[in-house]
Design a protein around this ligand. Structure first.
Ligand SMILES: O=C(O)CCC(=O)C(=O)O
Length: 224
């Protein structure tokens, strides 16, 4: 079955990265205790030289140009892990928050919060419409290690209340996003997604890299 980024809110790029690149990134990542013992590493692009070099080469940015009309900018990179030591779950939600360098006043931006010295804010839906996340699979995943689940097309309802999320989840057939290492899931941040604990957890490392072509209000800058 094929899915379309704009219509379904996600699509697959199967076997998109060579094993040599995946292995090089994994070798570096596997040495980091923060990955092995935690659930995620923020600003992963600054931490791992292999990843930094590959991202600077621009291949992923060129891929983002297929989905965004303007010039894409890399705005956030997180390395997620789910492992026997940290076998977590997330309930159905939309990613509604972005990180910017400093607070600014603009209609429809807010509420604001500061986490680890970084300003987080909920942007208007127009911003989310001009964003994408590449979920780059470094390990194979299925329900046994808690793969992502999505509700195809749910982004088309816009920003949903907590109650509406429960209704949509109860009346939809979620799709489990089983993948092999090297597969990339391209998704819109406000597509409804969740993931369960793994039933037989092993390492499930995923690089989550967000791009946007949204022109921020004058003077504002992404944290990238
Ligand atoms: O990787 C997962 O299973 C969930 C990640 C997630 O919830 C997110 O990207 O917001």
């Amino acid at each position: 079955m094929t899915f379309d980024f704009h219509h379904d809110g996600f699509e697959w790029l199967r076997d998109a990265l060579p094993a040599s690149l995946i292995n090089a990134i994994l070798q570096e990542v596997a040495r980091d205790d923060e990955v092995n013992s935690g659930s995620g590493v923020r600003n992963a692009e600054r931490k791992y030289a292999t990843l930094k070099e590959w991202l600077a080469g621009g291949d992923l940015k060129r891929l983002a140009c297929r989905y965004l009309e303007g010039a894409p900018q890399q705005v956030r990179t997180i390395l997620f892990n789910k492992s026997p030591r940290k076998n977590w779950l997330v309930t159905w939600h939309q990613d509604r928050t972005v990180c910017v360098k400093a607070r600014f006043d603009a209609p429809d931006w807010g509420p604001w919060s500061e986490k680890d010295g970084v300003m987080h804010v909920q942007p208007p839906i127009a911003t989310l419409e001009r964003m994408l996340a590449f979920r780059i699979h470094l390990d194979p995943t299925d329900e046994s290690n808690g793969c992502l689940k999505v509700i195809p097309g749910s982004h088309r309802e816009g920003l949903l209340s907590h109650e509406r999320i429960q209704q949509v989840a109860a009346s939809s057939k979620p799709l489990s996003c089983a993948a092999r290492a090297g597969d990339i899931l391209v998704m819109k941040p406000h597509l409804l997604h969740a993931s369960s604990k793994g039933t037989a957890p092993n390492q499930r490392r995923i690089l989550h890299v967000e791009f946007s072509d949204y022109p921020l209000p004058a003077g504002a800058q992404w944290v990238s």
